[in-house]
Design a protein around this ligand. Structure first.
Ligand code: HEM
Length: 409
């Protein structure tokens, strides 16, 4: 006798990924339904628990006992399949556990403190203004003209790499991002991603050599010199860190800039408020991060069997946290679907939490604020253009690949 398995009465599986057109266009009503009907559930298609409430997401991210290394995840879990559980080499810091994680993070942490990053403000401002001020009145693709190039140039300057190579940089990192965080990459995309990784690695090895002979103020030089309790980074480790910084710092910040402008053109009253009072900028960027987070998901791996929210979690299972759902949890952010640049008490999940809390958070905020400031100065009004706006298909990210904007000077 055939047995039928009841379909879940809430969206799950691939419905909760950018590969589903409805989710890609607007994930928030779908996530709200999940948060209400099944705030913690096992997503069998993806091989992971889905966790959507703010308090639960916070608790998972802040639990220092949980693992991040995909090699420790069950072979049938999302983490193992999507994040390279079979790889022999050490993963990047993002996917590493202590003591390796602490060691690597400690060696670069100082370069990313608010104070260290503040020193880059002038340069970020110059880069943003150079790109924005080159745009004339009328319609333009915000992503191609501003959101993509600004973070790439800034991170390249921060690392201290050859500015002539920015275009290669962006191309390599986009190719790698396409197959990151998903087990569904086509064989061609996976091969292209591997090739891009090799090219980037060779490129950075060259930069390391260069910086040994000609030190500068960039991060590659700092890493070459980094010494913490007598510890030094191997060249391979520096390469890995550089690739992570490049990947983590590029698309995320491009998405933040694109999502910010989208929120402002969809909410002209909020654009007017911010225009009139630029002291709101800091809060406006926080609100964009909450309202439309560039990174939608993060996760951990269960280090042992334990109970969570009434469910039995098994060692090695993947715990997927929806940062996007948590940010819009009405229990923490009243009227969560309203974009409000004056919102108070924003408790962001967008940068993750605990020991893996985003290293680049200050840099991302600074770049977004400087870019928005430049746009508001250049144009007396920003609205949607007549061209397309298309959301990209990058798993665990939310951002536009094309966005037609009309700027009036
Ligand atoms: C809006 C922009 C950004 C967003 C939304 C974002 C988000 C995140 C998230 C969600 C994590 C994982 C945290 C966790 O699981 O607890 C993370 C980690 C990380 N991010 Fe970002 N990020 C952004 C920009 C940047 C930039 C500009 C850089 C560097 C230049 C950067 C570097 C990193 C690094 C190195 C990690 C790994 C930290 C660790 O494992 O200890 N990010 N980021």
């Amino acid at each position: 006798m055939a047995t039928s398995v009841a379909e879940p009465s809430y969206p799950t599986g691939a419905q909760l990924t950018v590969f589903d057109p409805a989710f890609r266009e607007d994930p928030y009503p779908i996530l709200a339904e999940v948060r209400e009907k099944a705030p913690i559930h096992y997503n069998a298609d993806m091989g992971m628990w889905v966790i959507t409430r703010h308090a639960d997401v916070h608790a998972i991210l802040r639990n220092p006992a949980l693992w991040s290394d995909p090699r420790r995840a069950n072979p049938d879990s999302f983490y193992h399949k999507a994040l390279g559980g079979d790889r022999d080499e050490e993963p990047s810091m993002l996917l590493m556990d202590d003591p390796g994680h602490r060691r690597l993070r400690e060696l670069v942490r100082h370069s990313f403190t608010p104070r260290a990053i503040e020193k880059w403000r002038e340069r970020a401002r110059r880069v943003a203004r150079r790109h924005v001020d080159a745009i004339e009145d009328g319609e333009f693709d915000l992503i191609a003209r501003v959101a993509n190039p600004v973070p790439t140039v800034v991170i390249a300057e921060l690392l201290g790499v050859d500015p002539e190579r920015h275009a290669d940089f962006k191309a390599w990192s986009d190719t790698m991002i396409k197959t990151a965080f998903t087990p569904f990459g086509s064989p061609e995309d996976v091969a292209a991603s591997e090739a891009a990784r090799e090219q980037l690695a060779a490129f950075f090895l060259g930069e390391i050599e260069k910086r040994r002979e000609q030190p500068d103020e960039g991060l590659v030089t700092q890493m070459v010199r980094a010494e913490e309790s007598g510890d030094v980074l191997e060249d391979e480790e520096i390469v890995m860190q550089c690739i992570l910084l490049l990947l983590a710092g590029n698309l995320t910040t491009s998405d933040l800039i694109g999502n910010a402008v989208m929120a402002l053109v969809r909410n002209p009253d909020q654009q007017a408020l911010l225009r009139a009072d630029r002291s709101l900028m800091r809060n406006a960027v926080e609100e964009v991060l909450r309202y439309d987070s560039p990174v939608t998901n993060s996760g951990r791996i269960a280090h042992e069997d334990f109970e969570f929210g009434g469910f039995a979690i098994e060692q090695g299972q993947a715990l997927g946290v929806s940062l996007a759902a948590a940010n819009r949890d009405p229990a923490v952010h009243p009227d969560p679907d309203r974009f409000d640049v004056r919102r108070e008490r924003i408790h962001l999940m967008s940068f993750g939490g605990g020991r893996h809390f985003c290293l680049g958070a200050h840099l991302a905020r600074l770049e977004a604020a400087e870019t928005l400031d430049a746009l508001l100065d250049r144009f007396s009004n920003l609205e949607r253009g007549s061209g397309e706006s298309v959301y990209a298909m990058n798993a665990s990210f939310r951002g536009l690949s094309t966005f037609s904007v009309r700027g009036t000077r």
